[in-house]
Design a protein. Sequence first.
Length: 330
Amino acid sequence: MSEIKRLVSGIKPTGQLTLGNYIGAIKQFIKYQDEYEMYVFIADLHALTLPIEAKELRNNVKNLIAVYLACGLDPKKVTLFRQSDVPMHAELGFIMTFNSYIGELSRMTQYKDKVSKIASNEAIPTGIFIYPTLMAADILLYDADYVPVGIDQKQHVELTRDLAIRFNSRYSDTFKIPEPLTPKIGSKINSLSNPLKKMSKSESDKGTIYLLEDLAIIRKKIMSAVTDSGNEIIYDPVNKPGISNLITIMSALTNKSIENVVNECQNDNYGVFKKKVADVVVNELSLLQSKVNDIQKSGIIENILQEGSYKAIYEARKKLNKVYRKVGLR
C-alpha cells in the first residue's frame, strides 16, 4: 500500500473571495481531501503585506473559513487552521529570508506586478518583497509533497524548491522538495470585463464575481460579460478569450469537459449561452451562500481553528527545532 502524500495550501483573507478563487482553488481542495493528507491554512500573516483594517481582516478570516466548510472541507480529514496561530510560520520565514538572495526575490513576477501598480511617490512595503520566503516556510514546515497553485503562483513554488535545496546542501537533508499541483480545468478564471486579465479579488469592477455578493448582481455581471467578434460558441483562448472564459466557468461548475460544453451549446448565440452560464453560477452560489450563513450562525468556526492549530503546531515545532539545531540556534 502506497504512502499517502501530503498537500499544503493557503489563501490570503484579503478582499472578497471570487469565483476564480472558488473554481481555481477551493473546489479543488474538496477533491483532494480524499486523496491526500491536507494542511489548509488562512494566510492572515500574508494579509499584512499591504495595509488592511483589523476589523476587515477578522471578518475576512471568518468568511473564508465559512466558505471552506460550506464547500465541503471536512475538519476530520483536513487540518484547517489560521496561520498566525502557528508562530513557527513567521520564525521559519525569518530563516528563509536569510537563505534567499535579493536577485531571485526581485525576479518574482507578482512582486514586479505589485510594484508597478504603486504610485511613484508612495513607499514600497518591504513585505511585498520578502513574502515569498514566508510562503516557502508555510510549505516547508509540513514536509509537503504537493502545493496546489494557479499558473501565476507556480514561480513561488519553484523558489521554495530552490530555497529547500540550498538549505539541504548547506546544512544536510532537512526539507522535502515539494512539487506544484496545477488543476487542469479552471486553474485561471479571467475577468468578465477584460478576459485577458485574471479575475482578481483586488479588483472592484463588473468583471469580478464575488462569492457572497447579491445574486441579481452576479447575474447582471455575467450577462454583461465582454465577448468576442462573431456569435459562435468556440473554445479558443487566443482568438476568442471572452467566450472561452465563460466556457471554462461552465465546464468547471458542471464537471463537464470543455468539449462537451461546446458541443451542447454550439447552436446557441452569445446571449443564450450567457444566460445558461448565469443560471449555473447563480444556482451554485445560492446554495453556497445559504450554507455559509448557517455555518457562521452555528459558532463552530473558532473551535475548528483551535483544533487545527494544535495539530499544525505539533508538526511545525518538530521541523523548526530541527532547523534551529542545523543553523546553530539550539
